[in-house]
Design a protein around this ligand. Structure first.
Ligand code: SF4
Length: 241
């Protein structure tokens, strides 16, 4: 049985935002208009956080893409009164839309703020109606939603492998964000398959650049990050300053 996970290499990420747009198109994420944004109710299943490091004039822009962490001890799961959010046997934190009654306890309990509530009925301009993905439910007003690790792609690949009477191969498919990233900063796959890129990266990362966001909370996120390499800091360290 696979255990799905992701590695995001911050040394490769340029902050281009292709992952955000790809996720929005793949998962029928509602369009954020300016008024929605100003009410702080914008929805993005993967968001790009930007922050600054250093003091002017030696200041550098840093980026960090943040999807759902798919925690193995997810704090959002035990607080849902109707089991709308639950854990699959393959390690994905799932959301059942037609069970959700909109209490939003899960969003309050998520330390990464990656759960989004539909405060309005989503609307798309006519020119974009045909681009909706038929494999993904269009969520209505009043339900919670978030990154599913592109569960529709996971299920499709698993069905295809079953039809062909074989096991799923390592890196046979990937999520929309990983597929769109021009820098190949995002790698998705089976953490339990030693042949998958994600498992190889995680295992090598443990000794080197790997970490997880808010790891000390003990929620066991399935998303790993690889630290950015700062050549100047590395050179200084090397020269002993
Ligand atoms: S697509 Fe890749 S490089 Fe661009 S912001 Fe996303 S992770 Fe970074």
């Amino acid at each position: 049985m696979p255990r799905w996970g992701m590695v995001i290499d911050l040394d490769r990420c340029t902050g281009c935002g292709a992952c955000v747009v790809a996720c929005q198109a793949e998962n029928n994420v509602p369009i954020n208009t300016e008024d929605v944004y100003h009410q702080r109710r914008a929805i993005e299943w993967i968001r790009l956080e930007r922050y600054w490091e250093g003091e002017y004039p030696n200041i550098k822009a840093r980026y960090i893409p943040v999807p759902c962490m798919h925690c193995q001890n997810a704090p959002c799961e035990p607080v849902c009164p109707v089991y709308a959010t639950y854990h699959t046997s393959e390690g994905i934190n799932m959301q059942v839309y037609n069970r959700c009654i909109g209490t939003r306890y899960c969003a309050i309990n998520c330390h990464w703020h990656v759960r989004f509530f539909n405060f309005w009925e989503p609307k798309w301009p006519d020119s974009l109606k045909n681009q909706l993905n038929p494999n993904v439910t269009v969520r209505s007003r009043g339900v919670m939603e978030k990154c599913t690790f592109c569960i529709q792609r996971v299920v499709k690949a698993e069905h295809q492998a079953k039809l062909e009477g074989r096991d799923l191969e390592a890196d046979e498919f990937t999520t929309a964000c990983a597929q769109a990233c021009p820098a190949e900063a995002i790698v998705f796959g089976d953490l339990d398959n030693p042949n998958s890129r994600v498992a190889q990266l995680v295992n090598s990362a443990v000794n080197e650049r790997g970490y997880r966001l808010l790891e000390d909370l003990g929620t066991e996120p399935s998303v790993y990050y690889l630290k950015k390499i700062d050549p100047e800091a590395a050179a200084e360290e090397h020269s002993g300053h």
